[in-house]
Design a protein around this ligand. Sequence first.
Ligand SMILES: NC(=O)C1=CN([C@@H]2O[C@H](COP(=O)(O)OP(=O)(O)OC[C@H]3O[C@@H](n4cnc5c(N)ncnc54)[C@H](O)[C@@H]3O)[C@@H](O)[C@H]2O)C=CC1
Ligand SMILES: O=C(O)C1=N[C@H](C(=O)O)C[C@H](O)C1
Length: 271
Amino acid sequence: MDQMHKPGIVVAGVSGRMGRMLAQAVLESDACRLAGALERAGHPWVGQDLGTAMGGAALGIAVSDDAVATIAQAQALIDFTSPAATVAYAELTAQARAVHVIGTTGLDADDLRRIAAAARHAPIVRAGNMSLGVNLLVGLTRRVAAALGEDWDIEIVEAHHRHKVDAPSGTALMLGEAAAEGRRAPFETLRVPAREGITGARVPGSIGFSAIRGGDIVGEHDVIFAADGERVVLRHLATDRAIFARGALRAALWGQDKGPGEYDMADVLGL
Ligand SMILES: NC(=O)C1=CN([C@@H]2O[C@H](COP(=O)(O)OP(=O)(O)OC[C@H]3O[C@@H](n4cnc5c(N)ncnc54)[C@H](O)[C@@H]3O)[C@@H](O)[C@H]2O)C=CC1
Ligand SMILES: O=C(O)C1=N[C@H](C(=O)O)C[C@H](O)C1
């Protein structure tokens, strides 16, 4: 297939830790082409050639802050930015009837409502973690939680790099939701945020969260099932952000023939 007939993908937040990985993954793929690169208005990369800004040879793609014009050139937008940016992109990408792949975490209930409204017009694939390993772990967590009774306490511990701004991580929330589904109970009633002070004894059946932030940790998640005399620990360790970029790219291509609606990585991976 010649280059212009391959799906065009725009990467938003292209100077970020994930944005650079995503641009690289799209450039290396034979299945799609890089149709554009977005950054926030005022960012020093805006107006520069993307290749030069990334420290390599020129690519002939200028980093832009004009989302409407850039998305109009593409069939998909991959977006690992911030909640405010993602909600705005959801509306613009839906207007362009392009696929929106959302990796951004830290979205609140109002953000999620606005994303759901946008998904009435175009496909949106959203996941707090795009890796194959974590999405397998989500299924395992649901099964183990269903198999073990309330005498097995569930705690989720996550660790990330010093720059991460949201907690618990999107992955930790996916794992907590899966555990609650396994227990056939609404997640919000079981969820216990980071503890401090005289908290009282643990509430039976609750799901506790702890977050570590430091150094360059890419992302580590433990789901601990603790009973009297024994523990089961399910663990995922990410050591390379390429796993998230690969998943996001797969989602953008998978979404090309899908109708409007909200999808997740379990849909993409067929899990
Ligand atoms: N779902 C997944 O598999 C993963 C999700 N993430 C999430 O992705 C998000 C980004 O993570 P990082 O790359 O580490 O952060 P980062 O801070 O390195 O990058 C974010 C980028 O978005 C840009 N940005 C902000 N507002 C923008 C706008 N309006 N338009 C265009 N660009 C804009 C920033 O300038 C920055 O370059 C976070 O929410 C993080 O939790 C990160 C890794 C994997
Ligand atoms: O911010 C990150 O880095 C990551 N964010 C996602 C999350 O919140 O779970 C996925 C991954 O753990 C890396």
